[in-house]
Structure formats: structure tokens, C-alpha cells
Design a binder for this molecule. Structure first.
Ligand SMILES: [Zn+2]
Ligand SMILES: [Zn+2]
Length: 292
């Protein structure tokens, strides 16, 4: 299995000289299975460049895009995803069921004349929508993708991909819940309040997790996590590699460096075996090169 990051930013794209290292595009992660099949998580602005590369580089032209949810920063790149305009591709869009509307309406809504120069019927790929349920796994050859409801707007999903002996979790736009005691984050409250997600993530090789804020910048109730709670969560779940993700748009490269250093410091103080890496646009992780 391979992971490639095409967009690591939260909320809104932030191109410019301050974000050259970690990138300015919004959420998009490519996972390539051993069979060569490509699975995509979210269609933020990073998906545009991924689409251009996929046009000529892959043999299996069946793509699956799993959406964490439909906030703008997770769908805004889709109208610019070139395989949608190519009849050789079949593309499955998978997302949580909505109570009040068809999921296709939400996605198609941004490809109409109010927002875009062409209409949806011009797309040439074979497009299929699939409404998915928490904890109902989707099978691909030797791999399994399982969604779980996470703590953000209703119907936001994290995903676990298992292929042979490797596990990757994509969990962004998740607010790790905790209590503060004596002005400190209470570690035990993280275990108690997030036990379902900690169990879901247990012993994963890679956890890609929302790391929007440093602790001092944290906005409670906004649906995102801070570096302290993310480090505690990853340690509690026995994660091997924590990949920080979905950075605040106001964080330049120096601030993301700081976020990473502070997270590593917390893990070190816990004597944790979890390694912490800041994801950045263009980063490629190939698990075939790792020991089992
Ligand atoms: Zn987001
Ligand atoms: Zn969101």
C-alpha cells in the first residue's frame, strides 16, 4: 500500500510563499493498493493535480472517492478533476447517507451554472454514487475500507484501510473530546470520551489525523483538534506513525514546524513509541519498503 498527499490544508486553499513546504491545497489523499487500484480520500483542491496525473499513469481506470463529509474544503476540487471528463473512467463517489437530501444533489450542486461554466451532464465518466453506513466495510481485492462516524458535523466519516498486514487510517475533521483539570488536559478523559475511536484506530501503522491547531489556538466546538489531544489520542491507540494533517489556513510553514515539534515533545514526555510526521503536499509513503 502507498499513501500520497495532494492537499494537507484545512478550510481554504492558501497558496503563496509562506506555505511552500507543507502546501496550500485542501484535503486530498491517494491510497494505492497492491493491485494498483487507486482509492482517494476527499476532493479538496489537491485533487486537481492528482486527476491530471491519473489521466495517463494508471491501468485500472475504476476510481473510488471516499468523502469524509461535504464541507467545501473536501469537495471544492471535484469540478476540476480531469477523469470526470474522460469516458474511459468509472468513478464511484462514496459518502454518508443524509436524512434530508440525496447525496448526489449535494455534489452535483457545485457543478451548475451558478458556480461553474458547464453543467453536470457534460461529464463523460461513468459516475456512480454510493451511500455508505458506519462500520459497514467495503471490499477491494485484498483490502477492506471501513467507515466510522467521527466528531464533527453530523455524518462525517473517518476511514480505516486494511491491506494484508498494514493499516492506514484517514481521520480528519475530528474534534478529540476531553476535560480540563487544574488547567491541564486530562489524559484519562481522552481515553473515556474517545474510546470508540481509540479502539477503531488501535495499533494502526499510520494515522492521518486532523491537527488544525496548537493547543493555545484551539477553538472548542469548531470540530477540529489541537496538538496535545492528538498526541494523547495517538499514544492511547498505540499508533505507530502519526501523520499531522488539515492545518489551519493561517499557519505558515514555520508554524507547522512548531506544531510538529510541540507534538513530538508531548509524545516524548509520554515515553510514547508513536512517531510523529507532518504530512505535506507531494509526500509519498510506500509501505512495500517497510519491514513487516
Ligand atoms: Zn475540513
Ligand atoms: Zn469540516
Amino acid at each position: 500500500m502507498q499513501i500520497k498527499f495532494w492537499g494537507t490544508r484545512g478550510s481554504i486553499p492558501v497558496p503563496g510563499k509562506g506555505t511552500l513546504n507543507y502546501g496550500g491545497n485542501t484535503s486530498c489523499v491517494q491510497v494505492t493498493l497492491q493491485s494498483g487500484r487507486v482509492i482517494i480520500f476527499d476532493a479538496g483542491s489537491g485533487i486537481r493535480e492528482l486527476g491530471n496525473e491519473l489521466l495517463n499513469s494508471i491501468e485500472i481506470k475504476e476510481l473510488c472517492i471516499f468523502f469524509s463529509h461535504t464541507h467545501w474544503d473536501h469537495i471544492q476540487g471535484l469540478p476540476f478533476f480531469a477523469p470526470l471528463f474522460n469516458p474511459d473512467f468509472s468513478i464511484k463517489l462514496l459518502l454518508s447517507k443524509k436524512d434530508d437530501t440525496k447525496v448526489s444533489k449535494i455534489i452535483e450542486g457545485q457543478i451548475n451554472s451558478y458556480f461553474f461554466p458547464i453543467t453536470y451532464d457534460i461529464l463523460q465518466a461513468d459516475i456512480e454514487y454510493k451511500e455508505i453506513n458506519p462500520l459497514e466495510a467495503i471490499h477491494f481485492e485484498d483490502a477492506l475500507v471501513t467507515p466510522i462516524e467521527i466528531k464533527h458535523s453530523k455524518g462525517t466519516f473517518g476511514y480505516k484501510v486494511i491491506e494484508n498486514d498494514k493499516t492506514v487510517i484517514y481521520m480528519t475533521d475530528n474534534e478529540i473530546d476531553y476535560e480540563v483539570k487544574n488547567d491541564k488536559v486530562d489524559y484519562n478523559s481522552i481515553l473515556e470520551k474517545n474510546s470508540d475511536l481509540i479502539d477503531f484506530c488501535r495499533d494502526a501503522d499510520y494515522l492521518i489525523h486532523d491537527s488544525m491547531y496548537l493547543y493555545d489556538d484551539y477553538k472548542k466546538g469548531w470540530g477540529h483538534s489541537n496538538h496535545l489531544s492528538v498526541a494523547y489520542f495517538a499514544n492511547a491507540a498505540g499508533i505507530k506513525n502519526l501523520l499531522l494533517f488539515h492545518y489551519d489556513p493561517d499557519y505558515n510553514d514555520a508554524k507547522v514546524d512548531n506544531l510538529t515539534a510541540e507534538t513530538i515533545k508531548v509524545l516524548k514526555n509520554l515515553n510514547s513509541t508513536t512517531k510523529c510526521i507532518a504530512s505535506r503536499e507531494g509526500m509519498n509513503i510506500n509501505m512495500a519498503n517497510e519491514p513487516v
